[in-house]
Design a protein around this ligand. Structure first.
Ligand code: MSP
Length: 667
């Protein structure tokens, strides 16, 4: 009977360089995928990129390239990073892949036909950074004008929100609320860590699921709704569906999809996600699957965040840690080990350079590295490199060592299945510590003396080698090179049998290498801490050095020279036409005659103050005529700026007497 295991990372937004947060999730999934492969599961490991949406469109605009060019270039960097981190994914999906886009469009149409999706009008807050809708009461902070109207705010993530008012399709989530609640009840293990399920029930499901806006019209970078192409599918709907399109759903279902999209005792589907995106995965995604009559995943594993001592990582704070730097300086295995050992299940963990180096020096170089060095050196010294055959119960300590090893192998499997990496590694380090202690207890240098005990010495060497073989097996999914190096130094083939792992499984007639090399060098803590800190600061926007001349200038900063003013060309321009800009509640589009032969187009953010905009036609206004043209709302070029006076929170355009000819210079 084939056992299958389907494991996925979230698909990341390629909106910037990925830091150790995304590296954490991707390594965590890699560790699980490697573990399950070693346990003889048929594994499919999926990762990829979430390439549509307003945020990506904006990033591309800032970079002055098309969104497709932007995501293509980012995808190269991300794939390079996963190669550097030795990620064994089976597929890398990009939501701009053709097959994915086609199926997303089909799914949307199908849900429309079924009546799960209907057309409406959305008005509310949107965080572009989170690509998430919020009601006013969900905002962490709101900004108000003098009259108390909400004019902006901040999402719980700390990102600013903007007001969105647009035609939108909605998903009737409430149709599925009862089924979702019933599913939760039948599968209390669906969300890890425990407690989060209750949070979802209390905060979102029990108060009544609100219908979800599932399309946008104010930008274009997404999958177009075939029957109504001015709408693009909301990026989260597009993104979640990746988990099935990657397997062939809607294309060729008789391959990976049939095999891996099953949820029963022999088939597991696990989505590994960060705690911030649990709502999407625990509510919207199951409901989409229900609407498509598909099985639900086995488990959602929601991990906490890596934060820094001074809070979230951010470029401006100069506290971002990029994985490349750590790998280049210290190698890959310490990074994989540190990330997996340091983030407790479900909670946040703090990354500090001190901890990073302490774990390398104490746990890797001392505890594990020295154990290997000493073992290989002693077997060379006492037995010319030949590992004595394993025998039980010769010294007083053999039985206890064997017991600790057996118990911790079991514990390791238990914790790996619970997706608790720190505890799984604790189990391995229990074996390592017990084995180090065993050396002190048995004192092989005493047994090797003339009046010592050769039989006991044989037993001790056999136990040490056997224990290291066990350790090499258990750390293989985490630290591949270290594990392979241990096997090689012990003189074993680099082949693993994790399912039948036992201390007594050490083969006969093995010769260790004649001279072992340290697997982890000891590092100078102070020097390396300073190095990591300097690298963190390298990404920080530089603060200017103090400069007395500049201080003087600053005190005069509200004053400009006449030449500066003279550069601005302000002219009289007559409004020929004006209209509201579709998709924006702020902008009006003007056609004006500024006396320079051709009419010019200007977009101005004054719509709110002129609800009856036609009153402006025929008026003579003041415009900045030599402003560099700007592209706005993706398709309009604005050739100048209309001057207005700001008063009482309002804007009023500056008019000129009708007798003044168009194009007259103001100054
Ligand atoms: N594109 C969506 C996911 C769609 S999945 C169908 C997204 N992308 S993201 O790039 O913003 O975030 C991806 C993941 O990185 C999330 O799970 C998030 O929790 C995680 N992390 C972001 N910063 C992190 C840390 N500092 N530490 C750990 N994980 C962090 O959301």
């Amino acid at each position: 009977m084939t056992k299958t295991f389907y494991i996925t990372t979230p698909i990341y937004y390629p909106s910037g360089k990925l830091h150790i947060g995304s590296a954490y999730t991707t390594i965590a999934c890699d560790v699980l995928a490697r573990y399950k492969r070693m346990m003889n599961y048929d594994v499919f490991y999926l990762t990829g990129l979430d390439e549509h949406g307003q945020k990506i469109q904006q990033r591309a605009e800032e970079a002055g390239i098309t969104p497709q060019e932007y995501v293509d270039s980012m995808a190269v960097g991300v794939k390079d990073l996963w190669q550097l981190l030795d990620i064994s994914y089976d597929k890398f999906i990009r939501t701009t892949d053709d097959y994915h886009e086609k199926v997303v469009a089909q799914v949307f149409e199908r849900l429309l036909e079924k009546g799960d999706i209907y057309l409406g009008e959305y008005s509310g807050w949107y965080s572009v950074s989170d690509e998430e809708f919020f009601t006013e009461s969900q905002l962490a902070e709101v900004y108000r004008d003098e009259e108390g109207n909400v004019i902006g705010g901040v999402a719980p993530s700390g990102h600013e929100v903007e007001l969105v008012s647009e035609e939108s399709y909605f998903f009737k989530l409430s149709n599925y609320a009862d089924r979702l609640t019933a599913f939760y009840k039948e599968h209390p293990e669906f969300i890890q860590p425990d407690g989060r399920m209750n949070e979802m029930l209390k905060n979102f499901i029990e108060p009544g699921l609100e219908d979800l806006a599932v399309s946008r019209t104010t930008f274009t970078w997404g999958v177009k709704v075939p029957s109504d192409p001015k709408h693009v599918v909301y990026v989260w709907i597009d993104a979640l569906i990746n988990y099935i399109t990657a397997l062939g759903y809607g294309q060729n279902e008789h391959g990976n999809f049939d095999l891996f999209w099953q949820n029963d005792k022999n088939h597991e589907i696990i989505h590994m996600i960060g705690k911030d995106i649990l709502r999407f995965h625990s509510i919207y995604w199951p409901i989409i699957l229900m609407a498509l009559d598909l099985p639900l995943p086995t488990r959602l594993v929601a991990h906490g965040w890596f934060v820094m001592k001074d809070g979230k990582m951010s470029k401006s704070k100069g506290n971002v840690i990029y994985p490349e730097m750590l790998v280049e300086r210290f190698g890959l295995d310490p990074l994989r080990y540190y990330l997996m050992r340091s983030l407790p299940v479900g909670s946040d963990g703090t990354f500090t350079p001190e901890d990073y180096l302490a774990r390398i020096n104490y746990e890797l170089a001392n505890d594990l590295g020295n154990l290997l060095n000493r073992t290989v050196a002693m077997i060379n010294k006492y037995f010319d490199g030949q590992v004595p055959a394993y025998i039980e119960n010769v010294t007083d300590y053999d039985a206890d060592l064997a017991k600790v090893v057996a118990e911790n192998i079991e514990e390791f499997h238990k914790q790996m299945n619970a997706v608790d990496f720190p505890r799984a590694l604790d189990a391995v380090w229990n074996i390592i510590s017990r084995t180090n202690k065993y050396i002190d207890e048995t004192a092989p240098w005493v047994l090797a003396k003339e009046d010592g005990d050769e039989e006991q010495l044989r037993a001790v060497m056999a136990h040490l080698a056997a224990s290291l073989r066990v350790v090499a097996h258990l750390i293989q999914p985490f630290m591949m090179s270290t594990s392979n190096a241990i096997m090689e130094q012990l003189g074993l083939p680099v082949v693993f049998d994790l399912e039948n792992l036992e201390l007594s499984g050490f083969p006969e007639n093995v010769t260790v290498i004649s001279k072992g090399t340290p697997i982890f060098p000891r590092l100078d803590m102070d020097e390396e801490i300073a190095y990591i800190q300097s690298q963190m600061n390298a990404g920080k926007p530089q603060e200017k050095e103090w400069n007395p001349e500049e201080v003087e200038l600053k005190s005069e900063k509200d004053q400009i020279k006449f030449e500066d003013f003279d550069k601005v060309e302000i002219r009289v321009a007559e409004v020929k036409e004006v209209e509201k800009v579709e998709g924006s509640d702020k902008l009006l589009r003007f056609r004006l005659d500024a006396g320079d032969g051709e009419d010019r187009q200007i977009l101005s953010g004054i719509a709110k103050f002129y609800p009856n905009e036609q009153e402006l036609v025929g008026k003579k206004l003041q415009v900045v005529a030599n402003l560099k043209p700007r592209k706005m709302m993706k398709k309009y070029v604005s050739q100048g700026m209309i001057l207005s006076a700001e008063h009482d929170g309002k804007l009023t355009v500056l008019t000129v007497d009708p007798s003044v000819p168009n194009g007259s210079v103001i100054g």
